[in-house]
Every structure is written in structure tokens, then in C-alpha cells.
Write a protein that binds this ligand. Structure first.
Ligand code: ACO
Length: 316
């Protein structure tokens, strides 16, 4: 599998830390110091997450000089799909005018890496010639906007990567360690008369310190493993593109690898954590401003609800 183009889309509304102080007991200084986040983009008005996904997809198609008719599979990673069903990928497919099979997958913030692995399987089995991988996220809908320790962290966004057969994906490792306790959200439990406990909807809950420790230890383990698989030293890697959950987690990985800050691109300052969209959005922005060049070697790494983790070595 190789990636031929990226795309991204962000909501119009930017919400600064200062704006959050109007209804939360927090400060700009606390958020910046503890996370690196200054503002985040939040869906507002009549914007939809499938609308963002379609915009990101069109950007990737335009950059590759292709149309929706050239895509024969759409995989969409989403943690908070627009509807319970149909799949967000189908809502996006309709907006694109594509006719190929489309489905969603949910691996929390690691969704981009899981989707790349699925795309690789479809392409290498010959079941598809071109796969559109999308990450369309609206965590603002799951957030508890009265909980200062979580709602300040997240933003909405969509990223896209158009994939075809090739040898860009050098190695990939995924993991899942089922444990809902430290990070979860519940949908409304419905009104079945047969259930004993009908769970009311519960917004996003996160034990920040536990996830922080998990992220630092597992990201380091995964990055070391994929570099060893691909027989690479850190010096040979052009960019380490890591999940944008907290600047301090990225900094811990950088310090362990003893690499310069420039090799760790970030957009967390003004996007926040956009779940599985973080990595494809960042890669699309890097392709746009010239930081990402053909032939460069990338290490990708993410972690999230599940708990899931993943890392990959990719040659662009
Ligand atoms: N403003 C002011 N004070 C705050 C805020 C806030 N926004 N949030 C928490 N605090 C307070 C706490 O209440 C606590 O106060 P107390 O000592 O009086 O109880 C104090 O700050 C310290 O809280 P900690 O939780 O220890 O703060 P920490 O430095 O650990 O930062 C954070 C919290 C930012 C959540 C951090 O733990 C973190 O980033 N964890 C990882 C999160 C992550 O990576 N998530 C990604 C996965 S999510 C996904 O996949 C969908």
C-alpha cells in the first residue's frame, strides 16, 4: 500500500482557551502549560461531521487528479459517527457521488492506523485498486462541557488519505487491550423493557493520568518496535507524526528518541486532540506547506480508547 494524496477539513469556528473560561473554572495558562493547546475547532451552526469528511475526501481526490468514481472502497474511522446508522462513510459517500462499498471502523484515536492496515489488506488481496481512508471526528458531541479536565482537550476535524497498491507501508503494528474503565462514553440505552439497567447516555469520561502513563509507555514501545522491524535508526526518520493528545506526551517521546523538535510536527496548539483525525490532518497540512516531501520516511504512532495503540513506518 502507498498513500498518493492527503486531504483535510476543519470546522469554521475556532474556540480559544479564553472563551472556555466564560463557563469553566480554568485559565489559558493552565491549559497551555498542561497540554500545549491554545484553541480548537468545533462544529457549529449547520456544519456536520460528514460534511467535513466529504470536504477532506474531495481535497485528497483533487490533489491526486482523480474523482469519486476512481475509488473502489471507502473506510471511515470515527469515534462519534454522525448517526448510529447509516455509517458516516455512507453519508460521505453520498455527498461524493461515489458508488463503491463503504464502512466505518472505530478504534478510538488509533483509527487512522487501523484503517491503513485494512486498506493494505484490501489492496494486497486485490479486492480494491484504490481505497479512500477517512477519519471524521466530532468529539465535541461526546464531551462533557462541564468537565474542565476533558472538554478543553478535544477538537473536531476530518482527514483523508487516498491509497493504492505500492510499497509505501514498510511495517505496521497494532494492539488492543480491552479496558473501558479509563476512557469511555455511553450512548443512550434505549427503552427495551427486557433490560435490567437501562443506561442513560454518559458523556466522555477519561482518567487523564492513567491514559498519560499508558500513552508514554506504549508509544515508546510501539515506535521502537516498528523502527526495529523496518531496520531504521531514529536519525534515518524524517518525521515522527504522533497522535496530538498532549504536547508533553509528544515531548516525552522526542526526548527518549533524542531527536530535534523539528522532526515532531504538531498542530495541537490550534486544533486540540481531534482523535483519529490528528495524524491525517497533520500530514495533509505538511503536504500543503511543503514540509512533507515524496520519498520521506515517516514514523506514525497513536493510542486511544479501547485501549488501542498502533505505529507504522511509511515511505511517502
Ligand atoms: N483547568 C484548570 N485546572 C484543571 C483543569 C483545567 N482545564 N483540568 C484539570 N485541572 C486540575 C485538576 O482538577 C487537578 O486539581 P486538584 O489537584 O485540585 O485535584 C489539577 O488540575 C491537576 O490535575 P491532573 O489531572 O493531575 O493534571 P495533569 O497535569 O495530569 O493534566 C491532562 C491532565 C491534561 C488530562 C493529562 O493527564 C493528559 O493529557 N492525559 C492524557 C490524555 C490523553 O492522552 N488522551 C488521549 C486519549 S483520548 C482519546 O483517545 C479519545
Amino acid at each position: 500500500m502507498r498513500i498518493i494524496s492527503f486531504g483535510h477539513a476543519l470546522p469554521k469556528r475556532s474556540v480559544t482557551n479564553q472563551e472556555l473560561t466564560a463557563f469553566l473554572d480554568t485559565t489559558d495558562e493552565w491549559i497551555v502549560e498542561h497540554t500545549g493547546i491554545r484553541s480548537r475547532r468545533i462544529l457549529s451552526g449547520k456544519e456536520t461531521v460528514s460534511g467535513l469528511g466529504a470536504k477532506a475526501a474531495k481535497m485528497a481526490l483533487t490533489r491526486a487528479g482523480l474523482t469519486a468514481k476512481d475509488v473502489d472502497y471507502i473506510l471511515c474511522s470515527t469515534t462519534a459517527g454522525e448517526m448510529t446508522f447509516p455509517a458516516t462513510s455512507c453519508l460521505i459517500q453520498e455527498k461524493l457521488g461515489a458508488t463503491c462499498p463503504s464502512m466505518d471502523l472505530n478504534a478510538g484515536c488509533t483509527g487512522f492506523l487501523y484503517a491503513l492496515d485494512m486498506a493494505d489488506a484490501l489492496l494486497s488481496s486485490g479486492k480494491a485498486k484504490r481505497v479512500l481512508v477517512l477519519c471524521a471526528e466530532q468529539i465535541s458531541r461526546l464531551s462533557d462541557w462541564t468537565d474542565r479536565s476533558t472538554c478543553v482537550l478535544f477538537g473536531d476535524a476530518a482527514g483523508a488519505a487516498l491509497c493504492e497498491a505500492g510499497d509505501g507501508l514498510k511495517t505496521i503494528r497494532l494492539s488492543a487491550k480491552g479496558n473501558a474503565t479509563p476512557l469511555h462514553a455511553w450512548p443512550d440505552g434505549g427503552n427495551s423493557p427486557f433490560l435490567e439497567d437501562r443506561q442513560p447516555a454518559q458523556p466522555l469520561y477519561m482518567n487523564g493520568q492513567e491514559i498519560f502513563k499508558f500513552a508514554v509507555s506504549h508509544s515508546s514501545r510501539d515506535i521502537a518496535a516498528v523502527m526495529a522491524d523496518a531496520d531504521l535508526t531514529a536519525d534515518q526518520v524524517d518525521h515522527f507524526v504522533l497522535h496530538q493528545a498532549n504536547l508533553r506526551i509528544i515531548e516525552a517521546a522526542r526526548a527518549r528518541l533524542k531527536q530535534p523538535t523539528e522532526k515532531f510536527p504538531v498542530n495541537i496548539h490550534d486544533h486540540g486532540n481531534t482523535s483519529s483525525a490528528c495524524i491525517p490532518v497533520l500530514l495533509s497540512e505538511m503536504a500543503e506547506d511543503g514540509r512533507l516531501l515524496r520519498g520521506q520516511t515517516l514514523v506514525l504512532s497513536a493510542f486511544g480508547a479501547g485501549l488501542t495503540t498502533g505505529a507504522a513506518v511509511l515511505q511517502y
